[in-house]
Design a protein around this ligand. Structure first.
Ligand code: ADP
Ligand code: MG
Length: 483
């Protein structure tokens, strides 16, 4: 019966393909269907062979890797047990004037290398149709993983502060996608080693399984790429690219706050990768429960795997980190200098390294030995600077203290006049004194959007110009912020 059906419908490749699509659609997630099957164009059907046109080689390889079973089953239903699939690839040869689809022709001399690709699901029959698209040498697209070799596990000092995060990272690196730690969510304040640890995983995977596609990307960069893809009408390529990754590391996901479209896109990529057993590693400056400005469904996925925090190392670990850097840099520093730094730089590992780098620079520039006094001068200056760092949180707290309000009032939805005004002042200073974006500020102050923040800044500017008393208040707050 199948045979007969195939003969009758030989001329109608579109209909055959549409029948296949109906089945496929019911069997895979919508996003995968849209990404991988919608762009396919049926070309012709001859006997038992359906030819389809796919947008790229990449695409073809992915279909073969992920969907060959599904494709073969559905096609057999349509064309009978001997059904075969032939691909034609549209080359992205933008230099070619005619944008005709281009079917890859393999030079005759390569023929011996071509693999026969029948549908190999429990089927012993001899294949009759060669798949012309297995080109020797082309495997997966070569994606630069964007890793920094300095950020290896070897260079990461273990301590009580990072024990869970580090051992979970090691487990993930050994078995990406195969542990319960998916996603692995690393969180903690800035400068405590999240990026380093997340990159270690990528480095280790690349070392032990070079065939895996690893990608490290910062959330901001992901967002920019996505915006550009939207502008250039290449969102499909963007999705395809990200769905090819085996180990995806997204750094600083708190930056997605307020960026709804990027979040939606990331949500789909996340789902696709998770469903296909790929590994996700995310970092953030806050635990998932404390993140603001992120969609609930995304947050709930962040909690699926393991969340592990990194904290400021204790004194011993700080000493160990300093000593390791000193050793790696091949410099000589006495213990009293190391202890002085470790005792005084207590907020941030980056500052700890910074102190050492400044010290080294000073010594080299002044052609002097590193001395205790030099260390003390540098550290004292650095520590002072650290405590003066102005953040959205610090501004919110200062404004609340000034008006005798609770921080919870500021973050609440209330529209009481004095609270609305305090919120606006906090937004105004966050805009002028920090590097945060409008949407990040809004997300941190009462979950407002960027337009509200912009409006608040204008409102405060107007008031400063028209209301003397108000202007004085704002000046006082500013003085406190800068003291
Ligand atoms: P985060 O991403 O949390 O802001 P980073 O990973 O960028 O922090 O770390 C800041 C610096 O401190 C990096 O140079 C990193 O190598 C170093 N660092 C942090 N924690 C450790 C550690 N446990 N051992 C060695 N170096 C560390
Ligand atoms: Mg980081």
């Amino acid at each position: 019966m199948h045979q007969k059906k195939s003969k009758e419908m030989n001329t109608n490749h579109t209909q055959i393909w549409n029948n296949c699509l109906r089945v496929i659609k019911d069997n895979i997630p919508q996003i995968s269907y849209e990404t991988w099957f919608m762009p396919i164009v049926p070309v012709k059907v001859e006997l038992d062979v359906l030819s389809i046109q796919v947008p790229s080689l990449f695409f073809y390889e992915y279909l073969e890797e992920q969907y060959i079973d599904l494709l073969s089953k559905t096609l057999r239903k349509e064309l009978g047990p001997k059904a075969k699939l032939e691909y034609s690839v549209v080359m992205d040869n933008t230099h070619l004037d005619n944008k005709q689809p281009y079917t890859l022709n393999i030079p005759t001399s390569n023929k011996g290398d071509l693999r026969n690709r029948p549908f190999n699901v429990g089927n012993q029959e001899k294949p009759t149709v060669c798949n012309p698209f297995v080109i020797p040498g082309i495997k997966k697209l070569n994606i630069d993983p964007q890793l920094n070799s300095e950020y290896s596990f070897d260079n990461f000092v273990e301590g009580e502060c990072n024990r869970l995060a580090r051992s979970a990272s090691l487990a993930v690196a050994k078995n990406p996608g195969k542990t319960a730690f998916n996603p692995l969510f690393l969180y903690g304040n800035s400068g405590l080693g999240k990026t380093h640890l997340a990159q270690s995983i990528g480095i280790e995977v690349k070392k032990t399984r070079p065939e895996k596609t690893v990608l490290y990307v910062n959330a901001n960069k992901f967002q920019t790429q996505y915006t550009e893809a939207t502008r250039n009408n290449t969102v499909n390529d963007f999705l395809i690219f990200y769905q090819m990754i085996d180990v995806l590391i997204i750094d600083d996901v708190q930056e997605f706050a307020g960026k709804i479209k990027t979040q939606n896109t990331f949500f789909h990529i996340f789902n696709h990768l998770h469903q296909t057993g790929k590994q996700l590693i995310l970092t953030s400056d806050k635990a998932p429960v404390e993140l603001v400005g992120l969609e609930e469904r995304l947050l709930s996925r962040f909690k699926w795997g393991l969340s592990a925090d990194v904290q400021m190392p204790d004194f011993e670990t700080r000493v160990a980190i300093l000593k390791q850097k000193i050793y790696n840099d091949g410099i000589e520093v006495t213990d009293d200098v190391v202890y002085y730094i470790a005792n005084n730089v207590v907020n941030n590992v980056r500052e700890l390294e910074g102190a050492l780098i400044s010290l080294l620079a000073q010594a080299t520039l002044n052609k002097k030995e590193i001395s205790f006094d030099m260390a003390k001068a540098i550290v004292d200056k650095l520590v002072k600077k650290v405590t003066r760092e102005i953040s959205v949180e610090m501004i919110s707290q200062t404004v609340c203290d000034y008006f005798g309000l609770q921080i919870s009032d500021l973050l609440s939805k209330t529209r009481k006049r004095e609270i609305v005004q305090a919120r606006q002042i906090a937004m105004f200073f966050s805009k002028s004194l920090t590097n945060s974006s409008l949407s990040a500020i809004g997300a941190k102050i009462g979950q407002k959007d960027h337009a509200t923040v912009l409006h608040s800044c204008k409102a405060i500017n107007n008031l400063i110009e028209t209301d003397k008393e108000f202007k004085n208040q704002v000046r006082e707050i500013e003085a406190q912020l800068k003291s």
